[in-house]
Design a protein around this ligand. Structure first.
Ligand code: NHR
Ligand code: GAR
Length: 228
């Protein structure tokens, strides 16, 4: 599928690691030209660490509780990452806000997936907030990471309808399915050298992405919520 040579990637996680798994699976299937060199967790007990082990990927813990200042945590994390010399660093359910030195160090080669249609609902608890807002559409965004949390240029978004009987958990589950589709795709584009940023907008193959790269699932089960 992808003829490009494989490039080094380090994945940062804090929890379950279903996005990590989706990336591992896409690499295995030949859909993403990545060499996942390491998985690094901010949480000692993260289930994602077991996924790395099962897949034979080196894993490390940089426990933020071991550091008295955020900057020291960031430095330790950078050191661990740089030992693997990755072309790309991927945040996949990573739960610690990173400081400016860290972001500058990986400028242009640091991606995040966020569970909302940015710029709507940056930060935490996005699904409950989306439901409370009465929005009819929700989704996920892959973006370049900048010092402004969840404020970096968007590469691709997946949109799903909010259903009348949704709870945060049911909404999260459908958003997550879309995350697993768009994150490997965005990583593939990056590693193939097809992404660029101009005036804070992401270009794919030199072209502006229509609707900021809105990605519509072919079909979504259920009935969209009616007018509220
Ligand atoms: N760092 C920067 N500078 N910029 C971004 O865009 C970042 C980032 C670090 C993480 C992921 C982000 C998300 O997708 C991300 C993007 C954690 C928090 C947070 O408030 C906010 C956004 C994101 C991740 N973290 C708390 C903190 O004090 C801890 C919360 C917890 O442990 O549960 O760091 O949502
Ligand atoms: C995903 O929904 C991801 O978008 C979100 O957490 C979940 C992690 O799931 N990320 C954040 O909220 C970052 N603050 P996973 O560990 O199974 O990939």
């Amino acid at each position: 599928m992808s003829g490009a040579p494989r490039e080094g990637v380090v994945v940062l996680i804090s929890g379950r690691g279903s996005n990590l798994q989706a990336i591992i699976d896409a690499v295995r299937a030949g859909q993403v030209p990545a060499d996942i060199r390491a998985v690094i967790s901010s949480e000692p007990g993260a289930p994602a660490l077991a996924r790395a082990r099962t897949s034979g990927i080196p894993s490390h813990v940089v426990n933020f509780r071991d550091f008295s200042a955020r900057e020291e945590f960031d430095q330790a994390l950078m050191q661990q990452i740089d030992a693997y010399q990755p072309r790309l660093v991927v945040l996949a359910g990573f739960m610690r806000i990173l400081g400016k030195n860290f972001i500058d160090h990986y400028a242009g080669r640091l991606l995040n997936i966020h569970p909302s249609l940015l710029p709507e609902f940056p930060g935490l608890n996005t699904h409950a907030r989306a439901l409370r807002s009465g929005t009819k559409y929700h989704g996920a965004s892959v973006h370049f990471v900048t010092p402004e949390v969840d404020g970096g240029p968007v590469i691709i978004q997946a949109v799903i309808p909010v259903l009348a009987d949704d709870r945060p958990e049911t909404l999260a589950e459908r958003v997550l399915k879309q995350e697993h589709r768009i994150y490997p795709l965005a990583i593939r584009w990056f590693l193939e050298g097809r992404l660029s940023v101009e005036d804070g907008r992401v270009l794919l193959d030199g072209q502006p992405r229509p609707e900021q790269g809105l990605f519509q699932p072919e079909s979504t089960p259920g009935t969209p919520a009616g007018p509220s």
